[in-house]
Design a protein around this ligand. Structure first.
Ligand code: FAD
Length: 379
């Protein structure tokens, strides 16, 4: 997904670009996520800045890419079930408000009003009415198709095996199917980013962090607002105890087809993408404790994916190694939300040969651009 977004914005500028995909487009985390385009889940800092910039791009994406990405704004409610979680949310909401996020603390009673399925014990929560969701499959496909239409080539079932470097500059890659020459190589390999980094002698601190999701049958009249337990944020923000599956209640209604996603977990389990019974049982148990009526629904299917976790957040642009090597990695649980701004920034970065293009400056210029320019680029 991130690779296709970068390819689209590069091709749109008339830059020749080839996406090299080991499997098929959308075979990684980008088709395993719940599609939340959220600000309420972000800690102030670069992830929130990027998310705010990306959220300006998302409403226009269907038009920009020429296919529907099912962008819907249903809002996001994060509830505290314990005192520790309540304290985390209290500090977070103050910081988020200071950064300009339209998020509000809400009482337990208001949580139940916002999503009447909540019957379990909550101490309160935070509510962000502008948070949205998309269909992640559609966004990934839309970027891939739009990139192709703009002139990009996408090679599938073609793994990168080595990166060629001559005189301190990348010259291309070797794949199972032959060589591809290039002035730039952008590592957008998600959880597999370290493998690509090693090809140019660079260590990337990106770890696979598994998330398991369960899909419930389509049911009419499900409340549409997304609800998750703040326990998930403790894991995401590095405030939870290390280890464990870090399961918190999580409910994502898919209003366009009536299904509900439960989960996910936050596990360091290597590159294992299997679902496990104990974690799936825990996902169901936590969801049912908070929303007992979900217990009456049938599960349809489940899956697991690997977040590209980086303790320091997304690593975008120059990353050490030879000239012409750049990264768009480490998006963790935010890559769906951050893909548009990542693509826009990397295209700018490459167009400027990596010079005079710091991420904070880029975001600053974007902030002052008019909404009509949002699908374009700062000059
Ligand atoms: C359960 C779960 C829920 C999530 N929920 C959300 C959410 O609600 N909102 C949100 O914003 N984010 C969410 N995320 C995170 C989001 O899915 C990821 O951050 C994002 O998909 C990362 O995109 P990517 O393109 O970097 O990685 P990927 O989608 O994993 O793509 C990397 C690609 O690189 C390819 N590749 C790897 N090695 C090679 C090689 N040697 N040669 C060629 N190709 C290679 C892989 O085949 C893969 O297709 C969630 C993730 C999970 C797992």
């Amino acid at each position: 997904m991130v690779g296709c977004a970068i390819a689209y914005y590069l091709a749109k500028r008339g830059i020749r670009v080839t996406v090299i995909e080991r499997s098929i487009v959308g075979s990684g985390a980008s088709s395993a996520n719940s599609g939340a385009i959220a600000l309420a889940t972000k800690k102030p800092g670069i992830a929130l800045e990027l998310a705010m910039a990306s959220q300006r791009l998302y409403p226009g994406l269907t038009t920009e890419l020429g296919s529907n990405v099912d962008y819907v704004v249903e809002g996001n409610l994060i509830v505290a079930e314990t005192e520790v979680e309540a304290a985390h949310l209290e500090a977070l909401v103050a910081d988020q408000q200071a950064a300009g996020v339209p998020v509000q603390p809400v009482s337990a009673a208001r949580c139940r009003e916002l999503n009447p399925l909540i019957e379990g014990r909550v101490l309160g929560g935070i509510h962000c009415p502008t948070d949205a969701q998309v269909d992640p499959f559609k966004v990934t496909r839309a970027y891939a198709n739009a990139a192709r239409n703009a002139g990009a080539e996408i090679l599938v079932r073609t793994g990168v095996e080595t990166i060629e470097v001559v005189g301190g500059r990348v010259r291309g890659v070797r794949t199972r199917r032959g060589a591809v020459r290039a002035q730039w190589v952008i590592n957008a390999a998600g959880a597999h980013a370290p493998e690509i980094g090693r090809m140019v002698g660079v260590t990337h601190e990106v770890l696979p962090r598994r998330g398991q999701i369960i899909v419930l049958e389509a049911t009419e009249g499900m409340p549409t607002i997304r609800v998750s337990g703040a326990g998930q944020l403790l894991a995401k923000h590095g405030a939870a105890a290390a280890g464990g599956a870090n399961v918190a209640p999580s409910y994502t209604s898919k209003p366009l087809n009536g299904t509900v996603l439960l989960g996910s977990s936050n596990e360091f389990a290597g590159y294992d993408t299997r679902n496990t019974l104990p974690v799936m049982a825990e996902i169901c148990r936590r969801a049912r404790n908070l929303m007992p009526r979900l217990g009456g629904l049938h599960a349809l299917r489940c899956w697991a994916g690997l977040r590209p976790y980086s303790a320091s957040g997304p690593l975008l642009g120059g990353a050490g190694g030879p000239d012409g090597y750049a990264t768009a990695i480490g998006h963790g649980g935010d890559g769906m939300a951050l893909a548009p701004i990542t693509g826009l920034y990397l295209a700018e970065y490459v167009a400027r040969e990596g010079r005079n293009c710091s991420l904070p400056d880029f975001l600053g210029v974007l902030k002052t651009a008019s909404p009509g320019e949002s699908g374009g680029r700062p000059t």
